[in-house]
Each structure stands twice: as C-alpha cells, then as structure tokens.
Design a protein around this ligand. Structure first.
Ligand SMILES: NC(=O)c1ccc[n+]([C@@H]2O[C@H](COP(=O)([O-])OP(=O)(O)OC[C@H]3O[C@@H](n4cnc5c(N)ncnc54)[C@H](O)[C@@H]3O)[C@@H](O)[C@H]2O)c1
Length: 315
C-alpha cells in the first residue's frame, strides 16, 4: 500500500463495527480526519486503536435524520456501513434490518445532498446475488429476491435498495459514488455471528467429535482476510470509478466441510461432520469474479489457512 497522505475528512457510519473500525484505523494512519457514527449496537470503541486528535466518535442512530445531519458538518466523503448483520438476524429481525437499511440510505443521501458532499462509498453485499446464474459471479449479474415472503431476503433486499438509490441519486448529485460488494470478510474480533467465529467457538468447546453443519458440507464460499479487504478498499479510494460496482473477495473457493476441517486442524480437535438441512434461502455456491478489482491493482496476500490461524488465535 502506498503511504501518500490523505487530507480529507471522512464520516464512517457503522465505524465501530468490524470493517468500519479497520477502515477508520487505515484512514487515520494515512493522515485523514475521521468522524465515526455508530449506535454501538454491535460496535466497540476499543476497536479503534488511535486515541487521536483527528478522530471523533458520535453515538447516534442512522435512522434519525437530525443525528445524521449533525455528524455531516465539514465532511468531504462518507463511507456508509451502518447495517444489521448476522444471518440469524435476517430471519428473526427482518423489520429492524429493513428499517436501518431504508432509513439509513435515505438519511445518508439526503444529508450528503444538503451538505454538498460529493463522495460516497456504499457497502452492499454478496447477498444481492442470492443463487447466482454464473460462478464465478461478476458485477453484471442480476440481483434477486427469490421469495418476498422469506424474511431472509430483508438483508439482501435492503442492499439492493441501497444500490439503486445510490446509483440513481449518484448520477444526479455526486462526483464519486462507489458501491462495493464484500464477500465474507473475516479476521480477529469479527463478532460471533458469522460462520468462521461460529465454527471456531463450537470446535474449541467440542466434547465428543460430533459437529453439526447446515447442508451437506459441499456448499462452497470464498473468504477474504480483513487486511486484504483493506487493500482492496484503499484501491477504491484512489482509483475507483464514479457509479461503478466492485466485488471485493477472493477466488479461493472452499467447501463448508473443508472450512470445518481447517479449523479443527488448527485447534487440534478431531471432528466428525453431521449434516442438517440447509436453512430456507441458504445458497449452495458463491464465488466472486474479482477481475474488476484486480484491474485496479488488487492482489490477495493472505491465504485462508494463514488468515484462519490469525483469527483463531483471537478467539
Ligand atoms: N463482514 C462481511 O463479511 C460483510 C459482507 C458483506 C457485506 N458487509 C457489509 O459491510 C458493512 C460492515 O459490516 P461489518 O461486518 O463491519 O458489520 P458490523 O455489524 O461489525 O458493523 C456494523 C456497525 O453498524 C452499527 N449499526 C447498526 N445499526 C446502526 C444504526 N441504526 N445506527 C448507527 N449504527 C448502526 C453497529 O453498531 C456496527 O458497529 C455492513 O454494511 C455489511 O452489511 C459485510
């Protein structure tokens, strides 16, 4: 990563979360001013390492326009990450997910327009592809809500709305509006509501060998270590193009069964995999086509095995 100084003032919504805190730390390191906006529902202040004169933390709710307005004074660029994550919440908190998604993107866009902020980065997700028609999946894939009655799609549906709001308002009001679709970012202190920490926590405590997983275990995903994600995001700050969408992930495909085995090897605990039905709406295969982010310089540096070791040690 080049160390050129960044003199802008960024607002990072959801900036105390797993990804937001890493982006905030990166920007501070590069010389930028950072205002973090987070309601601390999942965020943690200790994730932001710099007790810095250039850092300000605002405790506010993205659904409240007056909170958002106050945080936007003197801001040059916004990174919008505030959202409710974690697959279990897709099923049991769909109204909250949609509330944060819809009011969040509306307030961020309105606030930027009022304050003449022309640079906006929006976090979408691989969930917008659901079951993609092509593997690897490029950014031109159709976005889907396969069943409006299944609450699972509250998450992906909110991200699809974020994208079309972003692109249409972006055309009219912004100079640099970029959408990125992360594919399973992982690393130390990532919370507990993702497959990797869930497997780590369960394997660490396992008494008999039986290890239950959803699906056959042959379902595949790819994961990107947080440092690699940051490299990719930094490339978007420097070289990302207005009104473009970028997959951020790796081409390192792994089955859920292999993932469990890798973690059991690291923890030196033997497991015997027991299958359970895949949750309704769960997807069998997902793998991003990362040609576009590679074209602006992205290279994966941390392989899954190495990243899992570093993550395991933190749990
Ligand atoms: N981690 C991944 O693999 C992944 C994959 C795809 C997309 N994303 C997207 O990237 C973004 C960041 O994800 P993350 O993994 O850091 O999640 P996270 O849950 O760690 O961070 C989200 C942050 O948003 C804050 N937040 C939630 N509701 C809020 C509200 N109403 N007002 C203000 N703040 C609120 C939380 O306190 C938290 O700090 C999210 O938009 C997520 O959907 C992440």
């Amino acid at each position: 990563m080049s160390k050129k100084r960044n003199n802008k003032h960024y607002l990072i919504t959801g900036g105390l979360g797993f990804i937001g805190s890493a982006i905030s730390n990166l920007l501070l390191e590069r010389g930028a001013r950072v205002t973090i906006f987070d309601n601390l529902s999942r965020g943690k202040k200790k994730r932001v390492k710099f007790k810095h004169s250039r850092l300000k933390i605002i405790n506010g709710d993205i659904r409240n326009i007056s909170h958002v307005r106050k945080s936007l004074k003197s801001i040059n660029a916004v990174v919008h990450l505030a959202y409710i994550n974690g697959t279990k919440y897709f099923y049991n908190k769909p109204t909250e997910i949609l509330d944060v998604a819809v009011k969040g993107i509306t307030n961020v866009i309105d606030g930027c327009i009022e304050n003449k902020i022309k640079e906006l980065y929006l976090a979408s997700s691989s969930e917008v592809y659901q079951t993609p028609s092509k593997i690897p999946t490029d950014e031109n894939e159709s976005l889907k809500i396969p069943d409006v009655f299944n609450p699972r799609y509250s998450y992906g549906g909110g991200k699809i709305l974020t994208e079309i709001m972003g692109l249409n308002f972006g055309k009219k009001y912004f100079k640099k509006l970029i959408i990125f679709r992360p594919h399973n970012v992982y690393g130390p202190d990532m919370g507990n509501e993702h497959v990797i920490p869930e497997f780590i926590n369960r394997i660490k405590k396992i008494k008999n060998k039986n290890f239950k997983i959803q699906g056959t275990g042959n379902e595949t995903r790819s994961f990107i270590y947080i440092d690699d994600f940051l490299n990719a995001f930094n490339l978007l700050l420097k070289k990302g193009k207005h009104l473009n969408i970028y997959n951020i992930g790796t081409s390192e495909k792994v089955s859920i069964k292999e993932l469990a085995k890798l973690i059991s090897n690291i923890s030196k605990k033997k497991i015997s995999i027991q299958r359970a039905p895949l949750k309704e709406g769960g997807t069998k295969k997902r793998l991003p086509n990362i040609r576009k982010i590679k074209q602006i310089g992205f290279i994966q540096k941390i392989k899954l095995k190495e990243g899992l070791k570093k993550t395991f040690e933190s749990y």
